[in-house]
Design a protein around this ligand. Structure first.
Ligand SMILES: C[S@@+](CC[C@H](N)C(=O)[O-])C[C@H]1O[C@@H](n2cnc3c(N)ncnc32)[C@H](O)[C@@H]1O
Length: 285
């Protein structure tokens, strides 16, 4: 049904129009560049799109459509804005404590362990897991696949170099997360950065993978995808959870972020809860 054009001047009319523009933007990006943001959750997309609109000196979403479709460097900047890369070592330390107590004993019984960190950002989560596994004497039999949509963050992850000014928070997380050694033994401080031990990434493969458009690439005993699904709408969360279920060995472990759950997804019945608070689940069917 056609809209009365006079109604487009009110606030609701403007919001409706903006929604159409955002849909056109994400559809255009998908068809031109292949990045699929069509099912990302609207409130956070909106915030990030407006950040880029202001940075480009524009005033409308339509202006941004024109800019990114004709200028791939503007698209790259938007891509960086759309992927929130906030992370920290031993982030949500109680997760790591629970992982040590409840998952490590299971992993001890396996001859070989394949772990997938999906949406690993700059790699802090991966180095944290490597430290934990080394301390538990499991690292040598583990192979870690760490993926992200964003190649820039993966390059940082591969370097093993992290800002020195984050080490205070990382050390405190490490201790709360049940670390059994001395955190500073894992890195060498140089000027304003810290270089982590190369042995921590010996069994790690960093690779670009898009959870929205790419298929499964292996079967895993552990899949960690923390603080990524919050940016997806329900349809996309279901799709990605299906990808994880299909990539998961029977009795494999799924770890999500504090604000994420499988409870309302269509794979809920495939898992049992290992630790409800810490969002740790085990595939049972
Ligand atoms: C907030 S960070 C979370 C990092 C880490 N997992 C943690 O919990 O600290 C979210 C990451 O998800 C990645 N991401 C967003 N959409 C993605 C997609 N479709 N496929 C793979 N990674 C994606 C972003 O690039 C970003 O690095």
């Amino acid at each position: 049904m056609a809209t009365d054009v006079t109604s487009l001047t009110d606030d609701q009319g403007k919001l409706d129009l903006e929604l159409i523009e955002i849909q056109l933007l994400t559809e255009g990006i998908y068809r031109h560049y292949g990045f699929d943001f069509r099912d990302y959750s609207l409130p956070s997309m909106r915030r990030r799109i407006w950040k880029r609109i202001y940075s480009e000196g524009l005033t409308t979403v339509s202006g941004l459509i024109e800019r990114v479709l004709h200028d791939s460097s503007a698209m790259e900047k938007l891509l960086l804005d759309l992927s929130i890369n906030t992370t920290a070592m031993f982030r949500d330390p109680t997760f790591y404590k629970a992982f040590r107590a409840k998952v490590v004993p299971m992993l001890r019984t396996y001859p070989f362990v394949r772990i997938w960190h999906a949406g690993c950002s700059t790699g802090e989560e991966v180095y944290s897991m490597a430290i934990l596994l080394q301390e538990e004497g499991l690292y040598d039999k583990c192979r870690i696949y760490a993926t992200d949509i964003n190649e820039n963050v993966l390059q940082k992850a591969r370097s093993g170099i992290f800002p020195l000014n984050t080490m205070q928070e990382n050390t405190s997380n490490y201790i709360t997360g049940g670390g059994t050694g001395t955190f500073s033994d894992y890195y060498t401080a140089r000027y304003d950065y810290s270089l982590f031990r190369p042995s921590l990434r010996e069994n790690v493969v960093f690779a670009q993978h898009n959870l929205v458009t790419d298929a499964s690439f292996n079967h895993f005993n552990v899949i960690l995808c923390r603080n990524v699904l919050i940016y997806f709408n329900n349809v996309l969360q279901d799709r990605v959870q299906n990808l994880f279920r299909d990539s998961m060995e029977m009795f494999g472990i799924l770890g999500l972020g504090k604000k994420e759950t499988i409870r309302y997804t269509n794979v809920a019945e495939n898992y049992e809860e290992i630790d409800v608070e810490e969002r740790i689940y085990r595939r049972i069917r």
